[in-house]
Ligand binder design. Structure first.
Ligand SMILES: Cc1cc2nc3c(=O)[nH]c(=O)nc-3n(C[C@H](O)[C@H](O)[C@H](O)COP(=O)(O)O)c2cc1C
Length: 183
């Protein structure tokens, strides 16, 4: 079983990346093959919006999005992790989401059977951000709400999430639940 995590925070030492690592660590302990893609370490351009996807063999943009999306579509379980930026996902996560439009246009669905969502904010906007991510999941795969595991909490400076023992526990449990659901 393969679990792929997509991280939308540009801070490698940040809270989202840390919590996603916690989840993946637990999933790996239960036998999952895990991989994490930090979007800011790759080139994922915004969608160009020509809406010719259906007539094209492949996306016209030659960046890293195609390879990342292929992995995303093939994973048994996926985790989406994003901080809240202005009441929503980060630009990196939004670009990734929009680039999925190519396969959406071809009526292709990701094969994930279970989804984890991790969202971190300083103070406000978690509900809006979760709504965005749930709507995205609704359009890319057939994973119902009962097979989605969500962790969200408050943290701001790098290291804040580490000090929040409840948040760390919840992230680790999310990883366990994903792996157990795939057994
Ligand atoms: C551009 C920008 C916009 C932000 N917007 C919000 C916001 O709307 N609500 C909020 O509570 N925190 C906001 N934050 C704070 C981050 O969500 C917070 O620092 C979070 O811990 C960052 O996660 P990371 O450490 O994983 O990068 C914003 C931060 C940045 C840099």
């Amino acid at each position: 079983m393969k679990i792929l995590a997509i991280v939308g925070s540009p801070r490698l030492n940040g809270n989202t990346n840390f919590l996603v690592d916690q989840a993946l660590d637990e999933a790996a302990k239960l036998g999952a093959e895990t991989e994490k893609i930090v979007l800011s370490q790759h080139t994922v351009n915004p969608c160009l919006g020509h809406e010719n996807c259906a007539s094209l063999e492949s996306c016209t943009q030659k960046d890293d999005a195609g390879g990342i999306i292929d992995k995303f579509y093939e994973a048994d379980g996926v985790i989406l992790g994003s901080p809240v930026y202005y009441y929503n996902v980060t630009a990196q996560m939004k670009a990734f989401m929009d680039r999925n439009f190519f396969l959406y246009n071809k009526n292709r669905l990701a094969r994930a059977r279970v989804v984890g969502i991790i969202v971190v904010a300083e103070a406000e906007g978690i509900e809006d951000t979760l709504h965005t991510l749930h709507q995205f999941i609704d359009s890319v795969c057939q994973v119902g709400k009962s097979q989605r595991f969500v962790v969200s909490g408050y943290a701001n400076r790098p290291g804040d999430a580490q000090k929040n023992t409840q948040l760390v526990k919840e992230a680790r449990e999310l990883g366990q639940k994903l792996a157990e659901s795939l057994r």
